[in-house]
Design a protein around this ligand. Structure first.
Ligand SMILES: NC(=O)c1ccc[n+]([C@@H]2O[C@H](COP(=O)([O-])OP(=O)(O)OC[C@H]3O[C@@H](n4cnc5c(N)ncnc54)[C@H](O)[C@@H]3O)[C@@H](O)[C@H]2O)c1
Length: 454
């Protein structure tokens, strides 16, 4: 540590730093494909045809991503209307691309001819790969995998698009856990560049290599993760949203948090994102978790309360913001702000003014700390995999190079000092990651860690 500390501007980067961040992103995208512990020359399994189970938001997008590279897809849904809606959405999406001049009418017809709907799960029998994308419900997914185990041909890969459920528990209901893997696409799946490939405890090497290769063929960056709640991306994202919500209870208003995130470079702030996605996403899961969650720490249920007030987001005209009919521009809503201030008072929190820097640190440093935990657990292979996950799947501003790259720019000693300060003040969520402490003790960075591993 130098005697005179030069403050780091978290918000701005120099031209040179921007170039370094861009070079890092290119490196990270290439590096993600490397899996050192797969036996050299691991073969690929053939993927000549795919069945996608669940024709909802994700299933339809996944079917398009496959049809786009010439792979025939059977899109299966148990609900006739669900299937019809799913197929119509695929058609509409392609028609939209044709209308915008991005796709020829001929190519649209070719791709549409590759997507077949079915109401019979028995139709998975011919597929080399099955991708399950039904509701996020472990019991339902297990039920589907029991059927797949009975119906799919031997050697078929059985993938789940779960956003974070325990894939080992899904694999365990089959007699072929070696064929089970996570294929976590992002919405819209035919557009988003990220594919998290999740290896479960018993996933076979050639299943991993086949999924990684399929991701590349679809024009995506495939990042390998291990089973962990939320894998890489959503594990960090939990930390990001948690702090944003605590900030609102502690003294900042949603538009202030969002303004800081936009100033940092995000296209949208987190509260505007919630309103766009719908505050009721995950409502049932959150409600169900309330009974069993650890009591040694603080929780935040504002988003559930907003739903109970009918503030679902853009679709109901109000959420964290208020919306004029037919317009997606978020406006501050005094009613919501009064509600937040009253909630703080009800919880006995004395609201404090929050500086822009403090808002940003609380949103980012929890992600960095979690990233260090994932590296230690081996959930992520390397720091740059976390960065590329964030750059391609979560809208992290490109000029900052990803959360781990940003941590190195700031200096891990400074990041850790803030995490310790936040830990002392806010408690358990901020427990410093042992790996971060070790790196600081040794005077090393995430880049050093990565070079050593390579
Ligand atoms: N929406 C997202 O942004 C997103 C992103 C990444 C991952 N995921 C995950 O993808 C999965 C699907 O999410 P979604 O948003 O597409 O859901 P969705 O509600 O849009 O679609 C689910 C579809 O599954 C069908 N289905 C339900 N039970 C079925 C069964 N037994 N057999 C066949 N089909 C059945 C439903 O009829 C529905 O059409 C979930 O596990 C979710 O966590 C979602």
């Amino acid at each position: 540590m130098t005697a005179v500390e030069t403050p780091v501007d978290l918000f701005a980067v120099t031209g040179e730093e921007r170039e370094r961040a861009e070079a890092h992103a290119r490196f990270a995208a290439a590096e993600a494909a490397r899996i050192p512990d797969l036996p050299a020359g691991t073969p690929l399994r053939p993927v000549r045809s795919v069945a996608v189970i669940g024709a909802g938001t994700m299933g339809g997008g996944i079917a398009m991503a496959l049809a786009n590279i010439g792979i025939p897809v059977t899109l299966v849904d148990s609900d006739a209307q669900g299937l019809e809606r799913g197929l119509a959405r695929v058609k509409d999406n392609y028609a939209g691309s044709v209308a915008r001049g991005k796709l020829s009418a001929q190519d649209m017809e070719r791709r549409l001819a590759l997507v077949h709907g079915s109401l019979r799960i028995e139709d998975v029998a011919a597929a080399d790969l099955v991708i399950e994308a039904v509701f996020e419900d472990l019991a339902l997914k297990q039920q589907i995998f029991r059927r797949l185990d009975a119906l799919a041909r031997p050697g078929a890969i059985l993938a789940t698009n779960t956003s974070g459920l325990d894939i080992d528990e899904i694999a365990a209901v089959t007699n072929r856990p070696q064929d089970v893997v996570g294929a976590h696409f992002f919405s819209p799946a035919h557009v988003m560049k990220l594919l998290e490939v999740v290896r479960a405890a018993r996933t076979a090497p050639d299943v991993i290599s086949t999924l990684m290769d399929l991701g590349r063929r679809m024009g995506k960056v495939a990042v390998l993760a291990r089973v962990y709640p939320g894998f890489i991306g959503n594990a960090l994202f939990r930390n990001y949203t948690r702090e944003a919500h605590f900030l609102v209870e502690d003294g900042a208003l949603p538009h202030e948090v969002d303004a800081v995130l936009r100033k940092f470079g995000y296209a949208m702030g987190i509260f505007a994102v919630h309103d766009m996605a719908g505050n009721d996403v995950g409502y049932q899961t959150r409600k169900a978790q309330m009974a069993t969650r650890p009591t040694d720490r603080r929780w935040n249920d504002l988003i559930l309360k907003l739903c109970d007030l009918g503030r679902l987001g853009q679709k109901s005209g109000k959420g964290w913001y208020r919306y004029e009919p037919g317009d997606r521009t978020p406006h501050r809503d005094p009613e919501l702000e009064d509600f937040i201030v009253a909630e703080s008072a009800r919880m006995g929190i004395v609201r404090q003014p929050m500086s822009e820097e403090e808002i940003l640190k609380r949103c980012l440093y929890g992600m960095i700390n979690e990233g260090a935990k994932l590296l230690e657990l081996g959930v992520a292979q390397r720091p740059s995999d976390i960065d590329i996950t964030y750059l391609t799947g979560y809208g992290f501003p490109a000029h900052h190079g990803g959360p781990m790259f940003l941590a190195d720019r700031v200096g891990l000693d400074r990041v850790l000092a803030d995490i310790r300060r936040l830990h002392a003040r806010y408690g358990d969520w901020w427990q410093p990651a042992p790996l971060l402490e070790r790196l600081v003790r040794e005077g090393r960075s995430f880049t050093d860690l990565q070079s050593a591993a390579a």
